[in-house]
Every structure is written in structure tokens, then in C-alpha cells.
Design a protein around this ligand. Structure first.
Ligand code: PLP
Length: 339
């Protein structure tokens, strides 16, 4: 099976398994797990923020951030295709009593300063008031786009001018940094908090990091407990997370494989392929005359799996458990099926 559904399907390697086996642990809710403490210190350093918090998932990291940054009943501004709006079960309403004001942030999914200004609501007797701007990098649903530091900085500045904090959903932050050939800190410097995942392209089995000011992380730690994310001897899963932080440089291989896959797919009749910027390849299959489900079904028969992403789109995602040979084999099978 060549699994191109997501970079979340990666399995921990031997080094990670060994790190888990030998990890020093303690009760992380009492801040007594040395491995978790080290992971949190390293993560904060990597994004140059005062502090970081280990959370079970990217979703929980985003949800905690929204809850801590805002007051009940405020609005959050976010692109209509962002993960927080589309794929987190309306969590902002459920966990933070927020109303989402969706922007159509255009093909790159990052709002311009003018869009932030237009979406901003000043609180008064009748209006809720904007409490948060959420950005995403890479932008998953828009095709794994690597959003440039200047675009992040401009959007964040427009929010900050209005005293609105900015949270970055950086589930694939290091894919963006790798593609743009900039340090991750260039992408996090303009924002107040960032979540990045260890469990996607970096290959850890579990967990994401939420980083921000020391005060923000203190509050986030309480909210994590409230959300049921206070883990005890979490060093067992944090240790592979520390290994994952060493894998940032490997992401370029995933991007090369994505470009190779995209080039091969583009040669197949009816496949309209969006050129990938990172490890995500979106293919509009409408010209094949088949629904995405039917395309995926035929691929599955050949032991190649991908995911549906919208009414006419199939998403392929490269990751550390598929290599160049797997990509070529997948392309051969896809071409035999649809060529
Ligand atoms: C952009 C983005 N944000 C957040 C998440 C949530 O991460 P998790 O699956 O760890 O909850 C994902 C997961 O795919 C994602 O793609």
C-alpha cells in the first residue's frame, strides 16, 4: 500500500521507539517530566518564543490558543478555507464561545491588511468585537502553500494596529520555512502564538507544540487541563517528539517527491494538477468525467491511497514513509489505471 493520504500516517522509526523506551519520565501535570520539560524548552527556542506547551494534537493547540487569547462572545477572523474553520468541528464556538468571521483570503489564504481592516469589528453595545486573527502556514486546503514572511507580517501588523492578537496555525510550519528557505522564526516573529505539529511531516507519533509568551503559556497550561489534555508520564511520547525536531532538514525530500509526483500526475489525461509548493499535491479530476470518490476507489484497487479534498479535488501528500521509488511506483499504477 502506498499511502499518500496525509503526512499524519507516518510511523515512528527505530530511533523514536528507542527514545520512547528509554525516556526519563515524571508527572507532567506537576511539571515533573524532564523529557516533556526539555521538549517544551527546545520548542520555545526553535520558534524564539518565551515558552511552549506540549499538547496532544494540533487541534487542541489551536483551540487552547483561541480560548486564551479571547473573551467569550468575541469574533475571530480567519480564512474561509482555514483548518480552524473547516476541520475543527466548529470548536471555536464550542470551546471559546467565539463567532467566526470568515474572510475569503484569496488564492494564498492569507488576508491582506485591507481585508483585516475590513473584517475588524470594534466592540460596542451591539457588536461583539474582534478578539483574534488566525493565520495558517502552510495553508493546507489551498494546496500546502508556503506563506511568505512579509504576508504574515503585514496581516499581523494590521491586526496589532487594532490591538487584536494573532495566532498562527503552523501545523506544517517547517514545511513552509523549508520551501521558502527561511528560518522558522521569520514566520513566527510577527505573531503572538504559534502551534506546530510534531506528528505530521516530522514523523512523531503524537503531539504538537503551542508557543507564545510566558504569560500566555501559563494560561494555556490551565486551559489544556480544562480540555482534558493534562498528560501524566508523557515523556514516553515527548521523547519521539524530540527526535522529530531533528527531522526538519528532511522535509525538502518530501517536497522533491511532491514535485516529482505532480509532474507525473500532470501527464495523465484529465488530471489538472496544482504545482506544489511543499508536500501537498491537489489534483482537480473533473476532466476525467469521474467523481473524486470513483478515482480514489480505482486507485485503492491498485494499492495507492489518497484523499478527497473538495467536490472535484483529490489530495496526495508526501511524507517520510514514502520515498522516490514509492512515488514512481504510484505513478506507474495511476498511469496504468487512467492513462
Ligand atoms: C493546517 C492544520 N492545522 C491543524 C491540524 C490539526 O492537527 P491534529 O490532526 O494534530 O489535530 C491539521 C491536521 O491535519 C492541519 O492540517
Amino acid at each position: 500500500m502506498i499511502d499518500l493520504r496525509s503526512d499524519t500516517v507516518t510511523k515512528p522509526d527505530e530511533e523514536m521507539r528507542e527514545a520512547a523506551r528509554t525516556a526519563e519520565v515524571g508527572d507532567a501535570v506537576y511539571d515533573e517530566d524532564p523529557t516533556v520539560n526539555e521538549l517544551e524548552r527546545r520548542a520555545a527556542d526553535i520558534v524564539d518564543m518565551e515558552a511552549a506547551l506540549y499538547v496532544p494534537s494540533g487541534t487542541m493547540g489551536n483551540q487552547i490558543a483561541a480560548r486564551v487569547h479571547t473573551e467569550r462572545g468575541q469574533e475571530v477572523l480567519a480564512d474561509r478555507k482555514s483548518h480552524v474553520v473547516t476541520y475543527e468541528l466548529g470548536g471555536f464556538a464550542q470551546h471559546a464561545a467565539l463567532q467566526v468571521r470568515m474572510l475569503d483570503a484569496g488564492p494564498r489564504g492569507v488576508p491582506t491588511p485591507e481585508q483585516v481592516a475590513a473584517g475588524y469589528i470594534e466592540e460596542d453595545l451591539h457588536r461583539a468585537g474582534t478578539g483574534l486573527l488566525c493565520l495558517e502556514n502552510t495553508h493546507n486546503a489551498r494546496g500546502g502553500l508556503a506563506i511568505e514572511p512579509a504576508a504574515i507580517a503585514d496581516a499581523a501588523a494590521a491586526a496589532h494596529e487594532r490591538d487584536v492578537p494573532v495566532h498562527l496555525d503552523g501545523a506544517r510550519l517547517f514545511n513552509a520555512a523549508t520551501a521558502l528557505d527561511v528560518p522558522g522564526t521569520d514566520l513566527t516573529e510577527p505573531v503572538d502564538s504559534v502551534m506546530f505539529c510534531l506528528s505530521k511531516g516530522l514523523g512523531a507519533p503524537v503531539g504538537s507544540m503551542l508557543a507564545g509568551s510566558a504569560e500566555f503559556i501559563d494560561a494555556a497550561r490551565r486551559t489544556r487541563k480544562l480540555f482534558g489534555g493534562g498528560l501524566r508520564q508523557a515523556g514516553l511520547i515527548a521523547a519521539p517528539g524530540l527526535c522529530a525536531l531533528e527531522n526538519v532538514d528532511d522535509l525538502e525530500t518530501d517536497h522533491e517527491n511532491a514535485r516529482r509526483l505532480a509532474d507525473g500526475l500532470a501527464a495523465i489525461d484529465g488530471f489538472d494538477v496544482k504545482a506544489p509548493e511543499t508536500n501537498i499535491v491537489l489534483v482537480d479530476v473533473s476532466e476525467t468525467g469521474r467523481e473524486p470518490e470513483a478515482v480514489l476507489e480505482r486507485l485503492r484497487e491498485r494499492d495507492v491511497v489518497a484523499t478527497q479534498f473538495g467536490p472535484t479535488t483529490v489530495r496526495f501528500c508526501t511524507h517520510r514513509n514514502v520515498d522516490r521509488e514509492d512515488v514512481d511506483l504510484a505513478l506507474d499504477r495511476i498511469a496504468e489505471t487512467f492513462g
